[in-house]
Design a protein. Structure first.
Lengths: 298, 232
């Protein structure tokens, strides 16, 4: 009995420490995996176009619709183009369009949210009604309208995605600013002579950065899908340019003939970088939020 | 003289302060006692130009305040320092303690060595100054907040339940430091607390102690039925 009461708390504490270590290892492992995945994909996207001997747009009808094999690990599509090579090129295009579009929409959203939250009053009401207005229009329809104003191409897609997806970031930033604004440390900063600009730059933005970054990362798949939809309608990237969206749409044709590989592999390679990026973003958020960090170190 | 005249503060329809008049003369300690919920902190924020009253005026050295919060002139804002009840909420969790103390100096573009000196006087070691708020105790954090309040040599210091969360020795240290500052600079101090014993010790003979009315009055019935007395 006496030994029981004496050892049990110690055992429990040891168990807790072990559990925490295991959790951290698991977290570290998935982050390492994500980092490695992203690094491999990034290197492939950057280097393969420099060293590849095959041309991704090379049509070879003799070897059309080959299933995955040694010569073509991901098979070939109905025009005999190597799917692996096209995935690499497609990833390059789609990631670039997705990242730039996400950055654009996060920037626009942050500026609008900051203005609404900081200025308050009439400015806040007007800006948030604008957000509601943008939200009430179907994204795709509005995106098509914007693309129609430009000549089709990557810039048009980026602008279209940027202007239809900034509202989420604006909402997140505004609500964060509203809670930050009423915190006593903002009162203390004002009392110490800080002006509005300094409070926004030194106190608000560092608190917002993780939220904005996370919103931006979660925007990347949206941007990629948006690009896909626009490409499908012939308004996105030109068909000869391999983007993951173009490939999946091309692959849909082969799917009817029972060929799964031309659409499955590009689909997988949308999922892979997205998962990797969001895992890393969470790790970054944990590290930058000092309170979370101290909990992790316990 | 820092003076509030007929100040009324209401949150929605709940009146927290109803035509309250108080003055904080330079060089003296003025006490303000009252139970929680009676509007002490609201009055502190009004006097620190952080909360615009629904009615009434605030004047600093005879000059009536027309703009509040960040719209007030920085030079005016920094003549009145406010020390908060909960130091943990009163500092940016991302700042190191040194950044917390030095921020007013940075804003005013003055040399930062005064921050280090003030922090040292408050017993904060250089090691502590590199830490962030979650790595130090409430007492150490409040010492940093007092140092921050004094960096720009305010003419008025408002201590809103400054020592409520702290142990007796830290409380004594903070009060002693503020008294020292008051004597050397001739600043006016408004000591706010629900703890009348502390106010008794802090406010010397001849100083005024105001007492606020009933605790957490219902809507519409908040009026200061408490009194004001002068310690003899």
């Amino acid at each position: 009995m006496t030994t029981g009461t004496r050892t049990r708390p110690a055992t429990r504490a040891r168990d807790r420490r072990r559990d925490r270590r295991r959790d951290r290892r698991r977290r570290d492992r998935s982050r390492r995996l994500a980092a490695v995945t992203l690094a491999v994909l990034g290197l492939a996207v950057l280097l393969v176009p420099l060293v590849a001997r095959l041309d991704q747009s090379q049509v070879d009808l003799a070897s059309a619709s080959l299933p995955p094999g040694l010569a073509h690990p991901f098979g070939t599509d109905d025009l005999g183009r190597d799917v692996l090579l096209r995935v690499v090129y497609g990833l390059r295009v789609s990631l670039l369009v997705g990242l730039v579009a996400a950055a654009v929409s996060a920037t626009v959203g942050t500026l609008v949210g900051l203005a609404a939250g900081t200025l308050g009053g009439a400015a806040d009401r007007i800006l948030m009604r604008v957000v509601d207005g943008f939200n009430s229009v179907p994204h795709l329809l509005f995106g098509i309208f914007i693309v129609a104003l430009f000549s089709p191409g990557a810039t048009a897609v980026v602008v279209s995605v940027g202007l239809t997806h900034w509202m989420t970031a604006a909402r997140i930033v505004r609500s964060e600013v509203l809670t930050l604004r009423s915190r006593p440390f903002v009162d203390a900063a004002i009392s110490g002579g800080s002006g509005r600009a300094r409070i926004v730059l030194r106190h608000f933005l560092p608190h917002l950065a993780p939220h904005v970054a996370l919103a931006a990362v979660l925007m990347v798949p949206h941007a990629v899908w948006h690009e896909t939809a626009l490409s499908f309608l012939g308004l996105g990237l030109p068909p000869h340019l391999a983007s993951l969206g173009n490939m999946i749409n091309d692959g849909a044709r082969s799917l009817l003939a029972g060929d799964w590989w031309p659409s499955l592999f590009p689909g997988l390679f949308i999922l892979l970088p997205t998962l990797a990026i969001s895992t890393l973003a969470q790790g970054w958020r944990d590290r930058t939020d000092p309170r979370r960090r101290s909990e992790l170190q316990l | 003289m820092l003076r509030a005249d007929g100040v009324t503060v209401a949150y929605d329809r709940h009146r927290v302060l109803d035509r309250v008049t108080i003055s904080v003369p330079p060089g003296e300690v003025t006490g303000l006692a009252g139970p929680s919920g009676c509007g002490k902190s609201s009055l502190a924020r009004v006097l620190a130009l952080l909360l615009r009253p629904a009615a009434g005026t605030v004047s600093v050295d005879g000059e009536e305040v027309r703009r509040w919060r960040h719209r007030a002139a920085p030079a005016l804002r920094t003549t009145i320092a406010l020390i908060f009840q909960q130091p943990r909420l009163a500092v940016d969790p991302r700042f190191t303690l040194l950044d917390v103390v030095a921020e007013p100096l940075r804003v005013a573009r003055r040399p930062l060595d005064r921050a280090e000196r003030l922090a040292e006087e408050m017993g904060l070691t250089p090691d502590l100054l590199t830490r962030r708020p979650h790595e130090v105790s409430d007492g150490q954090l409040q010492r940093a907040c007092v140092a921050r309040a004094l960096t720009l040599r305010p003419r008025y210091v408002i201590c809103d339940e400054m020592t409520t969360m702290l142990d007796a020795s830290t409380q004594a240290l903070l009060v002693a430091r503020l008294e020292e500052y008051r004597r050397e600079s001739g600043a006016g101090v408004l000591a706010i607390s629900h703890d009348t014993e502390l106010l008794d010790r802090w406010c010397g003979p001849g100083s005024t102690v105001h007492r606020f009315g009933p605790a957490e009055p219902g809507p519409g019935q908040a009026d200061a039925t408490g009194g004001t007395w002068t310690r003899t």
